[in-house]
Design a protein around this ligand. Structure first.
Ligand code: COA
Length: 167
């Protein structure tokens, strides 16, 4: 039998998945995505509206959102296939009130599948060295820290480069 806490967690994940849907995100989602990005990255590292417009419109981007039954955007991921054919997870954000329900890992799965469908076999991303929550999510999904990047963020914070092979 599963430990009680683990069973409760699985039940939470199942309910959250049943009450949401993952769909591709496009240019029509610009305003909602921008607002959610601002809420998720209130530390000053949020993208400006024009950057999000560019990312959503790019032919090499792979973008998904999770929406509630009332069509509210609860979470989003923006991936980009870079010129070296690696998949780059540019942004991942889950609304604060919808966290720890599996949405982050669900979106990572979707973006990886999107990359795979387009012939990408290696994924990379950057994460703040202080962002333990995101690091744990990525480590659990098989990403490895390959390098520390000094002062990577505009705030002066260091970042980790993390990489995963999809093969
Ligand atoms: C990081 C973030 C995307 C995680 O989204 P989420 O939907 O809450 O994550 P999930 O529910 O899929 O979590 C999966 C696992 O990741 C780890 N994890 C996620 N959040 C965590 C936290 N706050 N503390 C510790 N571990 C955490 C856990 O192992 C978790 O599994 P568990 O809940 O069964 O213990 C979300 O917290 C967020 O949007 N943060 C602000 C923006 C950000 O930091 N984005 C990533 C930038 S690189």
């Amino acid at each position: 039998m599963w430990p009680r806490r683990r069973k409760e967690k699985m039940d939470e994940y199942i309910v959250a998945a049943a009450e949401s849907v993952v769909i591709p995100m496009g240019q029509g989602d610009l305003n909602e995505c921008w607002r959610l990005d601002q809420r998720c990255f209130s530390d000053g590292e949020a993208y400006d509206r024009e950057t999000i417009r560019y990312l959503l419109a790019h032919v090499q981007s792979v973008c998904h959102k999770i929406v509630s039954p009332t069509d509210e955007m609860m979470a989003f991921v923006v991936g980009m296939i870079e010129p070296d054919n690696t998949g780059h997870v540019v942004a991942l954000g889950v609304a604060p009130e919808h966290r720890r329900l599996g949405h982050g890992q669900h979106l990572m799965y979707e973006v990886e599948q999107g990359f795979l469908r387009r012939g990408v076999s290696t994924v990379r991303l950057e994460v703040r060295t202080s962002n333990a929550a995101a690091q744990r999510l990525y480590l659990n999904l098989g990403y490895k820290i390959v390098r520390r990047m000094a002062r990577y963020y505009t705030s002066g914070d260091d970042g980790y480069l993390m990489v995963k092979s999809l093969l």
